[in-house]
Design a protein around this ligand. Structure first.
Ligand SMILES: [Zn+2]
Length: 353
């Protein structure tokens, strides 16, 4: 069996995720002919977040509203979910992130078809020509059936959510034509800027639109800064990487600008308490973590995995948001982990593979 590239990519992506950001949920089907247990998708007015990390979902609920609860219907092991009270989440687009778009057909939680669309498209699930009709109107009609009978657009990309326990990477998943078209240029641009160290504060918004006879939801990315403000930030990832190679730690950080002060978001959740209340012990533990991070050679094949393991351990011990002693400007463990992951990702992207 050949190894299909999308499956490797999926595995790599899910390995660096804290959870997923979704514009919808599901409910039991009311169709009397449907098989028992069949669920149908429901579009939401507010963002829904799911994760295997209960603490992360609780922090999301504290910050963005909603009631955290176990996600009973999940097919991915024990998962938690919260339907927030906001349609506007503050995010950063990490470097080296691309909007990953496919035409897909899902049934019972399984992806049956994944193709690039258009005539001659190959279903990457079985390496055969996709069974969808080549006529687009016909395909759209089949895709709208319940359950769907043809592929439809699915877009995915990763964002950073700050002030939520974990490494900070969440995957946005959304179907639909408009979102796919409108977000591509923005995601590509913000990821390219982040690759140069220009981290742009943005908002992920669920935009409900009404046209005669129909109402639909489009996920969009809002960038409050002007291009001139974005370009005024000068620190680049290369400059940070140069700091890593000489001192082992970043000597300069890109200035991360806060978004505009928008009212409805309550204060951030408090980070988990550190293992030990003794400040000297905490400092010693943070020094140890910083030393472990420094010891990782960024060019090693498993560098990303090791950095994430150290980051997860720091999170478990409540040390992710502690400042590393003797860093100037003051840098937290979380910032360093994210910088290192970004540097590793950028290195892999530049590599010949
Ligand atoms: Zn297809």
């Amino acid at each position: 069996m050949p190894i299909t590239v999308p499956s490797i990519l999926d595995a790599q992506r899910s390995g660096v995720e804290d959870g997923r950001i979704r514009p919808g949920t599901s409910k039991p089907s009311t169709n009397p002919n449907a098989k028992p247990g069949t669920r149908v998708p429901v579009r939401l007015q507010k963002w829904r977040l799911t994760s295997s990390n209960q603490k992360a979902i609780e922090a999301v609920a504290t910050r963005f509203g909603g009631t955290p609860q176990p996600w009973a219907e999940s097919r991915r092991g024990t998962q938690w979910e919260v339907i927030t009270e906001t349609n506007r989440l503050p995010i950063f687009i990490p470097p080296a992130v691309a909007l990953d778009q496919w035409m897909e057909l899902w049934s019972g939680g399984k992806c049956l078809r994944r193709c690039e669309g258009g005539p001659g498209a190959v279903n990457t699930r079985n390496r055969r020509p996709c069974e969808c009709p080549s006529d687009d109107a016909e395909r759209i009609a089949l895709a709208k059936q319940n359950p769907p009978a043809a592929c439809k657009t699915m877009s995915r990309f990763r964002v950073r959510l700050l002030d939520v326990p974990g490494i900070g990477f969440w995957r946005v998943e959304c179907g639909g034509f408009h979102g796919a078209v409108e977000m591509k240029a923005t995601v590509d641009t913000l990821a390219a800027l982040a690759g140069q160290g220009r981290h742009v504060a943005a908002f992920l918004r669920l935009d409900w639109r009404t046209e005669p006879g129909k109402q639909y939801v489009v996920p969009t990315i809002e960038v409050p800064e002007t291009e001139r403000q974005i370009l005024a930030q000068t620190a680049t990832l290369n400059e940070i990487a140069a700091g890593h190679s000489s001192l082992g730690m970043p000597t300069a950080r890109p200035q991360i600008t806060a978004g505009p002060a928008t009212a409805p978001i309550p204060a951030p959740a408090a980070p988990p308490p550190a293992d030990s209340a003794d400040p000297e012990q905490v400092t010693a533990q943070v020094r140890q973590i910083a030393a472990e991070l420094r010891a990782v050679a960024l060019t090693d094949r498993d560098a990303g995995t090791r950095i994430r393991a150290i980051g997860n351990e720091a999170h478990r011990r409540g040390l992710l948001d502690e400042y590393i002693p003797d860093t100037d400007p003051a840098t937290t463990v979380r910032d360093t982990v994210l910088d290192l992951i970004a540097a590793v990702a950028a290195g892999h992207k530049d590599g010949s593979e």
